[in-house]
Design a protein around this ligand. Structure first.
Ligand code: UT7
Length: 330
């Protein structure tokens, strides 16, 4: 027992919509093919949230509800909900605000955090600080994106990658050394022009011209982003291990952002992890932006053992990137 409080993940929840958008269906929308998509990205299908009036909060709510059910916790016990997302229901109020209302979390405050594909890592570090400082006892950190809301389904370079989904974790205080051990987070706005949404913000509010020019969709220069992602996600993961005097042998799992299987392979190679130790669900969900990391934890939760060292790593729009070391607590 030490008196130092760390933030341990004590439950995981997730939600993916039922509808599966397969590669063969995309072949009917744009000039692409299953073989190209699978070999260049590793993706076979992604989930899409269909239905009028459904938004990102409608995926956050079931993910959080799963945690409440598992822990037999009432929504009133949540102190704070942080939602990493770039596809909030609305510019304001925040998706966290809306989700807390839908959950009946009357004692919680919360906010959205926008760091694109690194949203969950940024939010996790922020949530951990609230626990470590003693300010909060139960913080839920979600990563959720309805990417289908901002994907142009006539652009073959982006529509093949992205999907919808949400994951969430509960953070609670721990004094036995489990939980979030270290985090290196980085940001470089010089990369912004390679990956962004041109309109809809205060720079260029929605107008007839912005809609006509398709400026409310993701704009991505794939190769440039790929080049940075492959190097930076691997480098930051390596830096995290070095700083903690660890090698690949000490790591039970790499939990990588699911943007492209080739980026994941490069990171695993750099820190010396065989593919059996790498969580991979990109083939089923595609890139759910802030959703990828908690959805990996959700899919692998049965395999995780108390004391396992996990490295979570992400790279995305901003540019933003980082890596977090976790000692699994249950
Ligand atoms: O999560 C947020 C961060 N985002 C990322 O990390 C994404 C990083 N980038 C990537 O994953 C990859 O760059 C993509 C998957 C987006 C594209 O793969 P790529 O290997 O970089 O392809 P490319 O852009 O270099 O294009 C290669 C060829 C081109 O044809 P030519 O010029 O060689 O004749 C493209 O026009 O593939 C063509 N192409 C396609 N062909 C079939 C591009 N998209 C497609 C497609 N189907 N969907």
């Amino acid at each position: 027992m030490s008196s130092k409080i760390s933030a341990a993940i004590t439950a995981v929840g997730g939600y993916v919509p039922e509808y599966k958008l397969t590669n063969s269906e995309l072949e009917k929308l744009v000039d692409t093919n299953d073989e190209w998509i699978r070999t260049r990205t590793g993706i076979s299908e992604r989930r899409i949230l269909k239905g009028e009036g459904l938004a990102t909060s409608d995926m956050v709510v079931p993910a959080v509800q799963e945690i409440l059910d598992k822990k037999q916790m009432s929504a009133d016990e949540i102190d704070c909900l942080i939602v990493g997302t770039v596809t909030p229901d609305m510019v304001f109020p925040s998706t966290a605000n809306i989700a807390c209302h839908k959950l009946g979390a009357k004692n919680a405050w919360g906010f959205d955090l926008a760091a694109a594909c690194s949203g969950f890592l940024y939010a996790l570090t922020t949530g951990a600080s609230l626990i470590e400082s003693g300010r909060c006892k139960k913080v839920i950190v979600a990563g959720a994106d309805k990417m289908s809301a901002i994907v142009d389904y006539s652009d073959r370079t982006t529509c093949i990658i992205f999907g919808d989904g949400a994951g969430a974790v509960l953070l609670e205080p721990n004094t036995e050394g489990y939980g979030i051990k270290d985090s290196i987070l980085k940001s470089d706005g010089a990369g912004g022009h390679h990956l962004h949404m041109k309109a809809g913000g205060s720079l260029k509010p929605a107008s007839i011209a912005s809609v006509t020019n398709k400026e409310h969709f993701i704009y991505q220069e794939g190769q440039a982003v790929f080049k940075h992602a492959v190097k930076d996600m691997a480098d930051v993961s390596y830096e995290l291990l070095q700083r903690n005097n660890l090698t690949g042998d000490d790591i039970a799992w790499l939990v990588p952002h699911q943007a492209n299987k080739r980026i994941i392979d490069a990171t695993a190679n750099r820190i010396g992890l065989p593919h059996e130790k790498v969580m991979l669900n990109i083939q089923r969900y595609g890139n759910t932006t802030a959703g990828t990391l908690p959805l990996c934890l959700w899919d692998w939760q049965e395999k995780l053992k108390k004391g396992d060292n996990l490295v979570l790593a992400a790279f995305g729009g901003g540019f933003t990137w980082g890596a977090t070391l976790i000692k699994w607590g249950y």
